[in-house]
Design a protein around this ligand. Structure first.
Ligand code: NAP
Length: 306
């Protein structure tokens, strides 16, 4: 049975090169030239054309090429019975940890300020162990990032939908404890999935509850953040700045005020990138499980949205 790659914005070549050596018998096809659509049961997908799945009557599994599935789940052409899986991968998790540590240390050790002042003027610096980082979302990535921040010496708090217990980390649960979590977070790291509940969660009301001088790191999705509310609070000096990897419009338009803001670091959605070689075994394993009728790896709860 052929496997179709539906990824109009990505070069499929590295994926084909990663899958073929470990699954030489596979019939890999690339949308839109993937032949007879009724032969396709498994699709590997990123940024699919909206509605495309309606063309595949025998589809059983859709695998997201990344960890996030928000774009995929917005597509109403996925029939109820089709399973959606995503990538869960230690390399993806570690890269995100590197990024968040770099952003947090960069802020605490004031590298942006030194780059701007360009003169011999020591600044008053806090120690890492005096700073509390709040991680929103304690899933596959957030939990690991929280532990790495803790190992680096930061104080760490976390927030999730269901109660979590992680050694050394004070955790908060649900809407009822969101205010307490925000009040404790001097650096706020967003690692939530994008769902109707989390869209625009970083807004004037929530960001105002962060302590004076707090710093925001958004590495989840641009639609978590109300960009004008962040700008307002930085310009009012309630927040000291932000490091942003994701934006409501990507690529971020060249005229966007974030580019020229002295307190905002912009990176082009590179915090953590899926390595096809690293994730190819789980794609092949899920293909095998689909054929065998076994439970799939890393299955998304479509009702929950992540
Ligand atoms: P995950 O394993 O699905 O974990 C999601 C976490 O968010 C869980 O702890 C979940 O709580 C919590 N959560 C979900 N809805 C919530 C709500 N309404 N209130 C409070 N907590 C809520 O996701 P992941 O693999 O860690 O990935 C997180 C996100 O990172 C992805 O969705 C993606 O957007 C982003 N990402 C970005 C990049 C990049 O390069 N910038 C790369 C990879 C991933 P429970 O544990 O209680 O369910």
């Amino acid at each position: 049975m052929p496997l179709s790659l539906i990824c109009p914005t990505k070069d499929p070549t590295p994926w084909i090169q990663a899958i073929t050596p470990i699954f030489p018998d596979v019939d890999l096809r690339v949308w839109p030239d993937d032949g007879s659509k009724d032969e396709i049961t498994f699709a590997l997908v990123w940024a699919q054309p909206p509605g495309v799945f309606a063309q595949y009557p025998n589809l059983q599994v859709i695998a997201s090429m990344g960890a996030g599935v928000d774009n995929l789940l917005q597509d109403t052409s996925i029939p109820e019975h089709v399973s959606v899986v995503r990538m869960v991968d230690p390399r993806l998790v570690n890269q995100m940890g590197d990024y968040v540590l770099a952003a947090s240390l960069n802020h605490v050790r004031q590298f942006p300020e030194y780059m701007q002042q360009q003169r011999w003027q020591p600044l008053v610096t806090r120690n890492v162990d005096e700073v509390t980082v709040g991680v929103m979302g304690l899933g596959q990535i957030g939990k690991s990032v929280a532990k790495r921040l803790l190992a680096m010496g930061f104080q760490v708090v976390g927030w999730s939908r269901r109660t979590k217990s992680i050694n050394g980390i004070k955790t908060f649960t649900g809407q009822q404890q969101l205010s307490d979590f925000l009040a404790a977070s001097e650096i706020l790291v967003c690692l939530l999935p994008l769902t109707p509940e989390t869209e625009n969660i970083l807004n004037l009301q929530t960001l105002s509850q962060l302590p004076q001088g707090a710093y925001v790191v958004n590495v989840a999705r641009g639609q978590h953040l109300v960009e004008n509310d962040l700008l307002l609070l930085i310009n009012k000096k309630h927040l000291s700045g932000a490091c942003l990897d994701v934006f409501s419009q990507e690529p971020l338009p060249q005229t966007h005020p974030f580019w020229s803001h002295p307190n905002i670091v912009v990176t082009p959605h590179i915090a953590s990138l899926t390595d096809p070689i690293s994730v190819a075994p789980q794609i092949v394993e899920n293909y095998r499980r689909m054929i065998a009728g076994e439970p799939l790896l890393n299955q998304v709860d479509r009702q929950q949205g992540y």
